[in-house]
Design a protein around this ligand. Structure first.
Ligand code: SIN
Length: 524
């Protein structure tokens, strides 16, 4: 029997799974709610981490990943990531991704926070995601994968305790109402990305509305670690949110408060290159000290003269350089204002090492998945790598799984943080629902710094909105419902973890006594 697999999402993970599954003889349909290219992948600037140099070591990549994850990563998943990463990177090269090379022909080494070795490869300076997306989309368009664009995942079809396909809203746009369609399939792969749209400030594009996680929650599929939402330390704090890659700090840029003080060194010996959660909170603290005004990123000293710095920034970071200049700033001459923003969801649909979820036939890959790689805080540039490694593994598993008598999916690993909803059934003080009101609520009460009373307030307002919101008909309304479902589950998970660890920081709790990280075993 030819297995029909539906892949939902078109970032690095979705494209990889589709290409691998079709190679194994599956009939593959890839559906995406926008056009193929409009996935979060194309916004990835820094690059892709991997052990690609003779003097780097797989064990060091594993160690860095587990330490950044505050010891909560699954060591087996991290080993798979680090060991299989280089092959997947070489596969991308064979598809035409041109990682930047120096005058000697060797790959340029990039450094980002919490890496003990400069193992980040980048393409087009700071356009790595775009280069990868382009190459994968070109390969997909030349393959036998059927592509359906503007098809929004409404829900999973579940029959006889296994996934049976997807319910879609197809062709919804402001001028044309969409139509409902079902696609039957033996396997469904969620590759729908994250949920940055939950927050008032995010580096994510507007498509990141948690659709896959919400559909999984509604289908009773296990979802874990939603309390771990990573906030990137630096977006340009002027105009629309725009990411300033950690690679800029990797090149030596420093963070200054309004008095010109380099505050990151006060909180961690690695200063600007401390783990992301540490730097993001240090910025939030510094901003609080200066009545919420942004801090500054100083790149003016990266070369000996202003002219040399300007030329270097334009060549090494062309995308960011254009965004900086478009906002009327000159970062070779003066520090630019920056602030943190929601960036990446570490938690998600619980999977095993092949993307299998707790629902037979359903897989999850990329940001929507919780493979266990990232623990409480993702190491920089491990996200593209995770999408490539686990996307390939899931794509390789689908045909054989469909032929097997039993489903080898995961058993639930951390029920303590499994998502559930909490909250009262009516909050008279709740403001009227709007996407913006939701984003403000989440930013204020379930953002970088949390406490019980704020989380309870958020839970109560979210529950009220969920009960009162009208049944969805358009794509935007379905997205609102999804954001509410994921927001409720995230807040419930944050309430269930009273201690501070990694990206989940409770101001009403002492930090976990710095548990020594046993790299061989991980700690939980
Ligand atoms: C960045 O370039 O700073 C983002 C890369 C990542 O999120 O890993």
């Amino acid at each position: 029997m030819t297995v029909h697999a539906v892949v939902v999402g078109s970032g690095i993970a979705g494209l990889t799974v589709a290409l691998h599954a079709v190679e194994h003889g599956c009939r593959v349909t890839l559906v995406t709610k926008d056009v193929l290219e409009h996935a979060n992948t194309r916004f990835a600037q820094g690059g892709i981490a991997g052990v690609m140099f003779d003097d780097d070591r797989t064990e060091d990549h594993i160690h860095d990943t587990i330490v950044a994850g505050a010891g909560l990563s699954d060591p087996e998943a991290v080993r798979v990531l680090a060991e299989e990463g280089p092959s997947r990177i070489r596969e991308l090269v064979s598809l035409g991704v041109a990682f930047d090379r120096g005058a000697d022909g060797a790959y340029v080494k990039g450094l980002e926070a919490a890496h003990s070795y400069p193992r980040i490869l980048h393409s087009g300076g700071d356009a790595t995601g775009t280069a990868i997306e382009k190459a994968l989309v070109a390969r997909l368009r030349a393959s036998d994968v059927r592509v359906v664009e503007h098809a929004f995942l409404v829900d999973l079809l579940v029959r006889d305790d296994r996934v049976a396909g997807v319910d879609l809203l197809v062709g919804d746009a402001e001028s044309t109402p969409g139509r409902r369609e079902t696609l039957e399939a033996e396997a469904v792969v969620l590759a729908t990305g994250g949920a940055g749209e939950l927050y008032a400030y995010t580096t994510n594009p507007p498509v990141a509305t948690g659709d896959g996680i919400a559909a999984a929650l509604r289908a009773g599929v296990d979802v874990t670690d939603l309390e771990f939402f990573q906030f990137h330390p630096t977006i340009i704090a002027r105009g629309d949110a725009f990411l300033v890659s950690e690679a800029v700090r990797g090149e030596g840029a420093t963070l200054l408060d309004e008095n010109g003080h380099r505050f990151a060194l006060d909180v961690h010996p690695d200063g600007e290159l401390a783990p992301r959660d540490v730097v993001a909170r240090a910025i939030a603290d510094a901003m609080e000290q200066q009545d919420g005004r942004p801090v500054f990123l100083d790149a003016t000293h990266l070369r000996s003269t202003e002219a040399e710095t300007r030329a270097f920034l334009a060549e090494r970071f062309p995308t960011i350089d254009a965004a900086v200049r478009a906002r009327g700033l000159d970062w070779a001459r003066e520090p630019i204002p920056v602030a943190p923003a929601a960036h990446y969801l570490m938690g998600g649909v619980t999977t095993d090492l092949h993307g299998r979820t707790t629902l037979p036939g359903l897989y999850a890959v990329g940001e929507v998945a919780r493979t266990g790689v990232h623990g409480a805080n993702r190491l920089a540039s491990n996200s593209l790598l995770e999408g490539a490694v686990f996307g390939a593994r899931a794509g390789d598993a689908i045909a054989a799984d469909a032929a097997a008598a039993t489903w080898a999916g995961p058993t639930v690993r951390s029920p303590r943080t499994a998502a559930s909803t909490v909250g009262s059934t009516g909050d008279e003080d709740a403001p009227a629902f709007s996407r913006k009101a939701l984003q403000r609520l989440m930013w204020e009460h379930a953002g970088l710094v949390r406490d019980e009373s704020g989380l309870r307030r958020a839970a109560s307002v979210l529950a009220t909105w969920r009960l009162s919101i009208a049944a969805p008909r358009t794509e935007a309304e379905f997205e609102d419902h999804n954001l509410l479902d994921v927001g409720q589950a995230l807040v419930a998970a944050a309430l269930a973890r009273p201690d501070s660890v990694g990206a989940h920081f409770r101001r009403d709790a002492g930090a976990l006594a710095a548990a020594p990280v046993d790299v061989a075993m991980g700690v939980r």
